[in-house]
Design a protein around this ligand. Sequence first.
Ligand code: C5P
Length: 397
Amino acid sequence: MESLINKNILLGVTGGIAAYKSAEIVRGLKKAGSSVRVVMTQSAQEFITPLTLQALSGNPVSTDLLDAEAEAAMGHIELARWADAILIAPATANTIARLSSGRADDLLSSITLAFDGPIGLAPAMNQAMWKDERTQSNIKNLENKDFSLYGPGSGEQACGDIGLGRMLEPSEIVELFASLFKAGSLSNKSVLITAGPTQEPIDPVRYVTNRSSGKMGYALAEAAVEAGAQVTLVSGPVNIKPPASCNFISVETAQEMYDAVMHHVSGKDVYIGTAAVADYSPTKVEGSKIKKDGSNESLVLEMKENQDILKTVSDKEDRPYVVGFAAETEDLLKNARKKLEKKKLDLIIANDVSDKSIGFDSEENEVTLITNSEEVLLDRSSKKKIAKRIVEFISNN
Ligand code: C5P
């Protein structure tokens, strides 16, 4: 089970009779090479003591959201940041319902809400509770949100009933959970991505910029990390958190972005230019704020053309697989194809930004992937899903 080596696993234990088996899960995860921290709900502590799980995990067990001392040591946000993945075993019907509705009224639910990596659930409950429509719809909801489900198994239950609802055996759960870390389609590949706008200063308080939220570039960085790539993300100023496990470089101007890309591009397997780089920047940056003193009715700003980062990358002799974006307002496919040729790209992603519901600041996108030999339309979907499909496409080419 090589994939669990050196992973930080947060094990959530909730209050069902199967909680006694969580001791074996901690041992299994540790044996597979992971560091384990346990978070228990209030009712879980009626079934197994925190001391047992502390001794087996070698780490303090966390139980309270509102314990100032525990929060000061490693609070819920730190725990969410620490974890590479969360496993909740057993997961009771109550916990499943609370996770499904996004509650954050205890430590475990708050951590899961603050966590943006993979989460596995091993349900355990009475067969009638499992079969109930409400549980089933909660489970469907969580699966749609990319939670992984392990079991439940079927057989005789602690309450005497027979049916689906038994928690799987600890060894099975650990093995299924390990598959979350199987080598992805871009493992052993290195990917350099640019994202966001650039800002070209006019004076100390003003700048020229492009519209770009950075959402598409960040979603691509996340999808590439999930596919196992080593990702370097060079980003202009945006308001989103970069994926935890990427090499993040923050820049402001087109020149800084150019320098950062040139510094990091050698040896990369893939380059994806999603950034809305300013094509021009002011020739001269004023040292102090330009004053409105009434003597000038108009202001002329002289601009110089910036270097095309994408073109420079694709002109390199040892070039990576080069992907560009074409954000167009008219003749989308024709203009994108022109750009593919002119910038000598391997792939261009055409994006109609005249449609307000896709592109720029929206959560969704609809794009066409164009290469020299192919044209693939990716129907409207969340930027996250589109990013996954783009990464899949790149890994197959
Ligand atoms: O020609 P246009 O700017 O529309 O091309 C868009 C593509 O080129 C995007 O992938 C963008 O990131 C990239 N680009 C660049 N450097 C520039 C301008 C655009 O890398 N100076």
